[in-house]
Design a protein around this ligand. Structure first.
Ligand code: IFM
Length: 749
């Protein structure tokens, strides 16, 4: 039962990384794993999903709530703060199964133990249990409450706040600068001992109760903090009043009762999504950590937001959603918790108008989805997204206006959700419209080259991201082609099954004239093909670029923070790419290319890939597993699985801080385990299970839900077993199809 992430010893240098690593969250709030006595310098953050704010010309980003965990401990008048007083022992323990973070710190005279969780049962509730055990007789003073002196990257997002106390209840209520959204945090503390209330402080952006008590050696004093958070984004008329009432209600229950309700939700999640590995404890724990992070960040309560690229572990990357959502995160939820995946799919329906506006801004038709999307549907990406570290000048990048594969990725996400679940609701409620609009966008972007009788996509930014303003990027073109094909399938499906809906959409979108164009372009869009050696050129002219080794190129780096991509970065004029591009296209469309082609391209592109993005390793792992490079697959699997645990990632691009969770890699880890080693794929009609286990692994078991039915797969090196009490769909194992009528099949390998 390997569910515990543990770290012993306190290291000031690790405060920032540990804050991310020991994250707890519930998709509504994300709480960094900083210590209770820490403040904004230590990057304490309780980041709120869907609450965005912009101050002046700064970046619009997620808002951090006032810190309800804030607690300072004084023993005989001296503050016990791990930053000031070196602890004799210190341990952080994240229990992934229960989603509870425990901290134990020992000082000369006392031991401190805290446990916290962001309730998965009541998303507005954050709980802390704080215990002090005296090693000798001593006088204790505790200073605890809510602190609005919080970490902001481009803030202050709550410029003025009201601090208050009503009896035992503390609160802080603030308004965001841009939209005037209210953010209210309330807290109530309960103790199991008597104390003397010294004072109540409601000033300087803090609402605190300061109390003291005497302890005898060996005694333990425990208090529990109930913290509730409501904002006007939740749709409540008076967030402060709601938070106050909520905290009064929940504080009638014990910590243990509230914890039990939280644990029940997590038990159900693990029941659906756990992936078990035998023979490799390190891989097992890392894999579970990544699943834990995904489930701690997924918005279960709303479809107005999805999962930000750095999760809810702070404001980095503006709290924006990228293509990471569809390509890296949705597969896990599609197959383990389809109702959560549905929220993610609807998020793109809800931001369709913004995508239409963006298309119009650039004089295109249809929907050009936002490269960086927040809650409004406007693109949060700027044209000058990176600062040149040497000159201090902004660099013109083309993420926003040319990374057009985003519209294909979004359409792909909606369609794949339909394939996985068979649920037509998203399609009928706007998903079909989004796919049709994305197809229309590609048609309007394309250039028809008469001499070659083909459509081309010119001036694009590759999925690889180091190369911009190129023509006919493989990943972009194949994704666009698929979008056009999906659009034709959507048209056929609607026409056949929902003729009224079909007519409605044709009229609403004035689409009849587009239908022949879409069908034609689906046929005639050029996708770079394998050359005589089986290699697909990433974009027109790529093969002519200089081809140093990654190591050689990296030796030319002057400053570790320098931007390596376009317009003037080191990698731009070379074949070195940042992340999977051709390899990603070959993975997503593996049924279109023979294994030999996929293998050759993996071998060709891997040495040319810097893996400078955390989106890269998972994709290389999966394709490596598919084409028989088992050792490589394992190496890349471990790389992606340990990114957030090891803290082995880039913290700056230019002068831009980009630390935080890496939710694409977290989702990608599940994909690498289940779709890579587990060999799982679902084509809408049958499950395909072709497992290839790394040498170390004795077995791999996972569960998936396909079209509403649960399946359990258990693979060893000798056999694969698929079980399902309800499964109606056939299973294909290494090309041989089996019926699931008996509820279980075992195939010897
Ligand atoms: O979407 C990615 C992009 O592909 C690489 N840079 C980081 C973005 C957010 O994760």
């Amino acid at each position: 039962m390997n569910f515990i992430v543990k770290e012993s010893g306190f290291d000031k240098k690790k405060v920032m990384l540990d804050g991310t690593r020991f994250f707890v969250g519930n998709g509504y709030m994300g709480v960094r794993g900083t210590l209770e006595e820490f403040g904004k310098e230590e990057l304490c953050g309780c980041t709120l999903a869907g609450v965005y704010d912009q101050v002046g010309e700064g970046w619009r980003e997620l808002v951090n709530a006032p810190n309800g965990l804030y607690t300072r401990l004084f023993v005989d008048g001296a503050e016990m703060n791990a930053l000031e007083v070196e602890p004799l022992a210190h341990e952080m323990e994240l229990d992934l199964r229960r989603a509870v973070l425990t901290r134990e710190t020992e000082y000369d005279k006392v031991k401190v133990k805290t446990e916290r969780f962001a309730s998965a049962d009541n998303l507005h509730l954050l709980m802390l249990r704080y215990s002090v055990t005296a090693k000798q007789d001593c006088e204790i003073t505790v200073d605890t409450g809510i602190d609005a002196n919080i970490w902001d990257i481009n803030g202050p997002h709550l410029p003025t706040v009201d601090e208050g106390a009503v009896g035992e209840l503390l609160y802080i209520d603030g308004e965001t600068a841009e939209l005037g959204n209210t953010v209210a945090v309330c807290g109530v503390m309960k103790t199991d001992f008597d104390y003397k209330l010294e004072r109540v402080v409601t000033e300087n952006r803090r609402s605190l109760r300061v109390f003291s008590f005497a302890m005898k050696a060996g005694e333990t004093a425990t208090f529990v903090k109930y913290i509730t958070i409501y904002t006007s984004v939740d749709g409540v008329a008076d967030p402060l009043k709601t938070a106050q009432e909520a905290v009064k209600t929940v504080s009638q229950q014990s910590f243990t009762e509230l914890l039990a309700a939280h644990e029940r939700v997590w038990a159900e999640r693990w029941e659906a999504a756990d992936v078990q590995i035998t023979g490799d404890d390190e891989a097992q724990l890392a894999l579970r950590y990544n699943i834990y992070i995904m489930y701690s960040n997924v918005p279960t309560h709303t479809d107005k937001v999805a999962i930000p690229a750095r999760g809810l572990a702070g404001q980095v990357y503006k709290g924006a959603m990228f293509w990471d959502t569809e390509v890296y995160m949705m597969p896990l939820f599609n197959y383990t918790h389809p109702d959560y995946a549905r929220n993610l799919a609807y998020y793109r329906v809800n931001t369709l108008d913004g995508a239409r506006e963006k298309a119009r801004e650039y004089n295109f038709d249809g929907a050009f989805y936002q490269w960086e999307c927040q809650e409004t549907g406007k693109d949060a990406c700027t044209d000058f997204a990176v600062i040149d570290i040497f000159t201090g000048r902004p660099l013109r990048t083309h993420f926003r206006d040319q990374q057009i594969h985003i519209s294909g990725d979004v359409a792909y996400g909606i369609w794949e959700h339909y394939i996985a679940t068979g649920d037509e609701a998203v399609l009928l409620d706007g998903g079909a419209e989004a796919i049709l609009e994305c197809a229309r966008f590609f048609y309007s972007y394309a250039y028809f080259k008469k001499t070659k009788n083909r459509y081309e996509l010119l001036e694009v930014t590759c999925a690889d991201e180091y190369h911009e303003r190129v023509h006919n990027n493989f990943y972009t073109n194949i994704m666009a082609k698929y979008t056009l094909e999906m659009a034709t399938k959507v048209l056929d499906l609607l026409k056949e099954k929902y003729p009224k809906k079909y007519e409605e959409l044709m009229t609403k979108l004035d689409y009849a004239k587009d239908v022949p164009n879409i069908r034609e372009m689906a046929e005639l869009l050029y996708v770079p093909a394998p050359d005589e050696n089986g290699i697909i050129e990433q974009f027109d002219g790529y093969n002519k670029l200089e081809c140093p080794t990654v190591a050689e190129l990296k030796s030319r780096i002057i400053d570790p923070r320098e931007h390596l991509g376009a317009p003037v970065g080191l990698m731009t004029e070379t074949q070195i790419i940042k992340q999977a591009d051709v390899v990603l296209g070959l993975l997503l469309f593996s049924d279109r290319y023979p294994l030999e082609i996929r293998r050759k391209n993996w071998e060709h592109y891997e040495p040319r890939t810097e893996h400078g993005s955390t989106l890269s390793a998972a994709i290389y792992a999966i394709l490596a597993a598919q084409v028989g490079f088992s050792d490589w697959a394992y190496k890349f699997f471990m790389k992606t699985a340990t990114i957030d645990l090891s803290g082995n990632y880039r913290l700056y691009v230019g002068d831009l801080f980009i630390g935080g969770l890496h939710t694409a890699a977290n989702g990608g880890t599940w994909m690498a385990a289940v779709q890579g080693f587990g060999g799982f794929k679902f084509d809408g009609e049958k499950l395909i299970v072709n497992p290839v286990l790394p040498e170390k692994w004795q077995s791999l078991s996972y569960k998936v839900i396909c079209r509403g039915c649960r399946y359990e797969v258990e693979a060893t090196k000798k056999q694969v077993t698929v079980r399902s009490a309800e499964g109606r769909l056939p299973v294909s194992v290494f090309g041989q199809e089996y019926s699931m009528e008996s509820g279980e099949i075992t195939v010897a390998l």
